[in-house]
Each structure stands twice: as C-alpha cells, then as structure tokens.
Design a protein around this ligand. Structure first.
Ligand SMILES: Cc1cc2nc3c(=O)[nH]c(=O)nc-3n(C[C@H](O)[C@H](O)[C@H](O)COP(=O)(O)OP(=O)(O)OC[C@H]3O[C@@H](n4cnc5c(N)ncnc54)[C@H](O)[C@@H]3O)c2cc1C
Length: 346
C-alpha cells in the first residue's frame, strides 16, 4: 500500500494505452484508502486523483499528473433474504464477471444477461451497465461510497443514484467525488428470464436449449459476445465507444424518410433510440465508404462492430481520440446527430 511514482498504466487499461501515472497506489479496504489520501496530502502529491477499477471504460489521452488509486476491495456477503429475494453485497474490487458466475452458482437470478462485461463491481453503477435488454439498476439495491471531500462513508439507494441510460449521478453531479466501496444487489430466488433482446433467443435455439435457465442465458450471452466483440487481451478496446443517441419521434420520422435503413428503438418516454453503429457504418473517411473495419496506424474501428474503437498495438490515446473526433464529425455532417462518448476520457 505504497504510493509509487511514474507508473505505466498500460496493464491497467483495456485499451492498452501506455500513459503514465505521476503517482499510483492500490488499496484493499477503506482504512487503506484513508491512509493513502492522508499520505498523499502529507507528501504533497500534486494534482488530482482518480479511482481505477478494471480500466475497461477509460481512455487515457495523456499522462495522468495526479494520484491513481486502484480499488482492490473484495468480498461477497449474503446479507439477508425474504421469500422472493436475496440481498448480496459485493466489494467494489470484485471482478464483475466472476461475481455474475458466483450468483449463477447460487441460483440467484438477475445478472445473467450482464455476463462477460469486463471491469469491476464498483464501476458497474457508474454508468448503470447494460446489455441484452437488462440494466444494472434493475437488480441494484444500494451502494456504499467514501466521500473524498468529507472523508466519511455514505449510503446511496437506487433513487439517490439517478440511474439513466449508461449514466448515474456519479458520472454527473457527483463526478470524482466518491469512491464506491461496495454494491448491494437484490436478486430473485425464482428466476425471471429476459430472452427477447437481440440474438439471445436465436443463440438459445442454436445451442439446442430445451429448458430455459439462468445458466443457459448466461452461456448464450457469452457466446454472442465472444463472437462479435474483440477480447481486450488480444486487441485493446473499451467496448462501445459511443452511446446510442435518443431523438424525438418527429426527428426520427424525418431521418427515416431520408435514410430508410436507419435503425431506431422505442424508448419508454416516446423518444427513439438510434443505433449509433448503423450510422457509423454509413459514414467513412475520404479513402473509404465506411468506418467499419477502418484502420490508420494502430488505431481503428472494429470490423465486426463499428461502435468499438480499437488499439491494434501501439496507438496512443490521442490516436484513438482523434479517430473518434473524425467519426463524430462525419456522423454529424451526414445525419445532423452529435454522438456522445460512452468511454471516460482522461
Ligand atoms: C470488450 C468490452 C465490452 C464491454 N461491454 C459493455 C456492455 O455490454 N455494457 C456496458 O455497460 N459496458 C460495457 N463495457 C464497458 C465497461 O466494461 C463497463 O463500463 C465497466 O463497468 C467498467 O468497469 P471498470 O472497473 O473497468 O471501470 P474503469 O474503466 O476502471 O472506470 C470507469 C469509470 O468509473 C470510475 N470508477 C471506477 N471504479 C470506481 C469506484 N469504485 N468508485 C468511483 N469511481 C470509480 C473511474 O474513475 C472511471 O471514471 C465493455 C468494455 C469492454 C472492454
């Protein structure tokens, strides 16, 4: 639990960007975190500080001139249960997918559609992770977080977190103010299956599943994800780089007249969510008709999923960011839609 100087962050971010942290330390409990913050102040550790989980939703565009604190708080506790639910608390440093597998082993339902999302439990509420028709907020019960300003613990209910599409209060008003130390989930003892989204049903059929189970759904999700998303161990990436933008029904109808192939989904509030990947596929740099599969140097747009920007080997954060700027511009020029980045830019 020492503060180290000038540490390469390459092993700590799934983009594999070789940025340096001016200061770096890891903690495994809140006492250690407090001590590190204290030590940092005493040793005049300059600049800002940031919390790092698995580094799978981050793009370092430069060296970090501050203190990077790697969250390593582990532990899974079954708090209590009632007729319907079990309440399970997981340390923020637990690996997300391992936690999902733990829940499957115990037959607790709710997280199976979120299988194989990289990163740690603590970052999951940050952007209300979601996949295959399910969002974290549906099973979220509460979290505990340490206030960097007030230096004490706070508890947040689901309402307090102000969850939205890939969003929460921790990405907005409370950005960089809290260290999430644990998350408590409310999981179903009798499973409710979500199979209508995307290719889940098709994959279950292909697998020959006769009797639906949370394990089968998890396996189907793992199969789909493995077939179309690049494994960060092989090609650096942070999953979807952009969010799917929402527009009014009127705007959608106008776009649909001009671009009959445009893909939109109904939001509960009557607006339409557009598939950003489709729009990115329709645009490209001067030398190509599409961004999909484009590569310049070591920075590129993945060949199977246009939403995913990749680092083939030695791209810098600036290379990836520059590519994202170009994509934003062409999508805006073509469709009049400004895409928002999902990845946290540092
Ligand atoms: C191949 C791939 C597929 C992906 N698929 C999906 C997907 O389907 N759905 C989805 O939602 N996401 C997806 N992601 C994005 C990413 O996995 C998630 O956002 C994940 O929750 C990030 O966790 P992390 O621990 O790696 O966070 P990090 O990248 O370490 O951090 C993300 C942000 O949260 C902050 N943070 C991290 N931990 C804490 C903490 N304990 N307290 C306070 N702040 C903290 C960081 O400062 C940073 O701002 C994917 C990424 C990859 C690489």
């Amino acid at each position: 639990m020492q503060i180290q100087e000038n540490i390469s962050l390459r092993p700590y971010n799934t983009f594999g960007i070789d940025a340096k942290a001016r200061w770096f330390a890891a903690f495994t409990n809140t006492d250690e975190l407090e001590q590190l913050l204290e030590q940092g102040t005493r040793h005049k550790v300059q600049g800002t500080r940031m919390i790092l989980g698995g580094g799978s939703n981050i793009l370092f565009t430069k060296d970090y001139d501050g203190l990077v604190l790697k969250n390593g708080i582990t532990g899974i506790d079954e708090l209590h249960e009632d007729n319907e639910y079990v309440y399970v608390k997981a340390g923020a440093g637990e690996n997300w997918h391992q936690f999902v597998l733990y829940c499957l082993d115990h037959n607790w339902s709710g997280l199976e559609n979120l299988s194989l999302i990289p990163g740690n439990v603590g970052a999951a509420p940050m952007q209300n992770i979601g996949a295959y028709g399910v969002e974290l907020q549906e099973t979220f019960y509460s979290l505990e977080a340490f206030s960097l300003q007030e230096r004490k613990m706070f508890s947040f209910s689901r309402n307090d977190c102000e969850f939205g599409y890939r969003n929460s209060i921790f990405k907005g008003r409370y950005k960089d103010q809290f260290v999430i130390t644990s998350v408590t989930f409310r999981l179903k003892k009798t499973p409710v299956f979500h199979t209508s989204y995307g290719a889940v049903n098709e994959e279950l059929e292909r697998m020959g599943v006769k009797e639906l189970s949370i394990r089968a759904i998890s396996k189907a999700v793992i199969n789909i994800r493995s077939s179309k998303l690049p494994d960060p161990k092989e090609i650096g990436n942070a999953g979807s780089f952009f969010k799917n933008p929402s527009v009014s029904k009127e705007t959608y109808d106008e776009l649909k007249k001009q671009f009959p192939g445009i893909i939109g989904y109904n939001n509960p509030d009557g607006t339409m969510k557009l598939a950003a990947a489709w729009m990115i596929e329709q645009c490209g740099p001067q030398e190509s008709v599409t961004w999909k599969g484009y590569r310049k140097g070591d920075a590129g747009c993945h060949a199977k999923q246009a939403l995913v920007l990749v680092n083939y080997s030695n791209a810098s954060g600036q290379d990836i960011y520059g590519l994202s700027e170009q994509i934003l511009k062409t999508v805006s020029d073509t469709f009049g839609i400004i895409l928002e980045r999902e990845v946290n830019i540092i």
